[in-house]
Design a binder for this molecule. Structure first.
Ligand SMILES: [Zn+2]
Length: 118
C-alpha cells in the first residue's frame, strides 16, 4: 500500500493513510467546534486509516449527540482525526498533519454545513 504519514505536532501520535485516498477534495466545516479549530479535513474510509502509534496520547472529545469522536494529542493539543457521527465507518483527518503535504491553489476546499458533516 502506498501510504503517507501524519503526525501531531509533538510526534507522539503517528498515523498512516492510503496515498490515493488523499485526492484533492478537502473540506472545512462551519460548526462551532471546527470553526474554532480552523482545520481543513479530508474524509476517508476507516480501512484507509491506520493509527501507527500514540493511542495512549489521544484524548477523544465528544459533544452534542456524543457520537462523533474528535481525537487530539494530550501533549501538544493538535487535532489529528475524528470518527464521523453520520457514518462511523468514515474517518476525517486533519490534512495539515500529513508530512510534506500542502494544499495547492487547484485543490477544492468545500465549506460544509456543520449540522450535517460530523
Ligand atoms: Zn502531540
Amino acid at each position: 500500500m502506498n501510504s503517507v504519514i501524519g503526525y501531531c505536532h509533538c510526534q507522539k501520535v503517528k498515523f498512516k493513510v492510503k496515498a490515493d485516498s488523499l485526492s484533492k477534495n478537502f473540506y472545512k466545516c462551519d460548526c462551532s467546534l471546527c470553526k474554532k479549530k480552523s482545520i481543513t479535513m479530508k474524509f476517508l474510509s476507516k480501512e484507509d486509516f491506520n493509527l501507527v502509534y500514540g493511542e495512549d496520547f489521544l484524548i477523544s472529545y465528544k459533544w452534542n449527540k456524543k457520537i462523533a469522536q474528535h481525537f487530539f494529542c494530550k501533549i501538544c493539543g493538535v487535532y489529528t482525526h475524528h470518527i464521523r457521527r453520520r457514518d462511523p465507518s468514515q474517518i476525517s483527518i486533519n490534512v495539515e498533519c500529513i508530512e510534506d503535504f500542502s494544499i495547492s491553489e487547484d485543490d477544492v476546499i468545500e465549506l460544509v454545513n456543520g449540522s450535517t458533516h460530523d
